[in-house]
Design a protein around this ligand. Structure first.
Ligand SMILES: [Zn+2]
Length: 293
């Protein structure tokens, strides 16, 4: 049984610099009618292009998820999308003042708390659900896979296996959970993105993310995070689960499934979102007002 669709009760705003560009982006979340979906609007551009947050808009990029449509793009949307999906906010317009989402503290928490404070308003229309009847799998390098299987019960469960090998300074861990608004707020939203010192040096040598410090995300050196403290012992696996939820949100419908991921990143997550989205498009009856964006 599906739930009712939701939007937010009142507008809310959040602002911050993008990791990659350094540009300040002010996001204004506005309530939207049922079946609008999640839509980014680039209000800094004169034509105010709309970018629907669905798999059809996805562009493959290293280390982040970018969406493009109508001649414009939005970048690093995964942490915003994870918060909206997990909090069951299905319809919202997000006005942006530049392409890249604010990096904030590297987690979904500031966005999730702003949305929670704005309040959730149910709408008079049911949320569509995709239930897979057979397992689906995408694979990357050896040991890297993402599997979606029929669930024993309604809802979405995710299990993320993080393993960068025995020599990695980021330890092996597994995080599994059911995805509910409460669990997301308490266990996933605060989990921050991470990088190794070597990766950070290499990006900054290329002139990227110059303003970002080890206080803005987790930078791992041999002894652990530099100038920072873990919020959970398995914070990295939790963050990877958060990224996965944000990428699967591009299906544009609820998922009742059991998802197991091992060492996946945005590329494999995005490929699975494409598969699930086309499965839904092929199977769903076409009705007015619910045409794929
Ligand atoms: Zn992330």
């Amino acid at each position: 049984m599906s739930r009712m669709q939701n939007t937010i009760q009142s507008p809310c705003r959040i602002s911050g610099r993008g990791y990659w560009s350094g540009q300040v982006n002010t996001l204004t979340f506005l309530p939207a009618a049922a079946d609008t979906g999640i839509r980014f609007v680039r209000v800094d551009l004169s034509s105010r292009p709309v970018i629907p947050a669905v798999a059809e808009s996805r562009q493959g990029m290293p280390l982040r998820t970018r969406l493009a449509a109508n001649g414009a793009e939005v970048d690093m949307v995964e942490h915003v999308m994870a918060a909206l999906f997990a909090l069951q906010i299905d319809n919202v317009e997000i006005h942006c003042t530049c392409a890249e989402m604010p990096g904030l503290d590297g987690s979904s928490q500031p966005v999730a708390l702003a949305l929670e404070a704005a309040g959730i308003r149910p709408l008079d229309s049911r949320r569509e659900v995709l239930q897979v009847s057979e397992p689906l799998c995408v694979e990357g390098k050896p040991g890297q896979f993402l599997r979606v299987e029929p669930a024993d019960a309604p809802g979405l469960t995710v299990e993320y296996h993080l393993d960068y090998g025995p020599d990695s300074i980021i330890g092996q861990s597994v995080y599994r959970t059911q995805v509910t608004p409460t669990i997301f707020l308490n266990e996933l939203a605060p989990a921050r993105t991470f990088i190794t010192r070597q990766e950070a040096d290499s990006l900054q040598a290329q002139g990227l993310a110059r303003h970002v410090t080890e206080r803005d995300l987790l930078v791992f050196a041999a002894h652990g995070p530099e100038n920072n403290t873990l919020r959970y012992p398995d914070e990295c696996a939790r963050h990877k689960a958060l990224d996965l939820i944000g990428d699967l949100a591009l299906c544009g419908v609820d998922l009742h499934a059991r998802v197991t991921a091992r060492c996946t990143g945005h590329q494999l997550n995005g490929l699975m979102a494409d598969k699930l989205r086309s499965l839904w498009r092929d199977s769903a009856p076409r009705t007015a007002g619910r045409v794929a964006a």
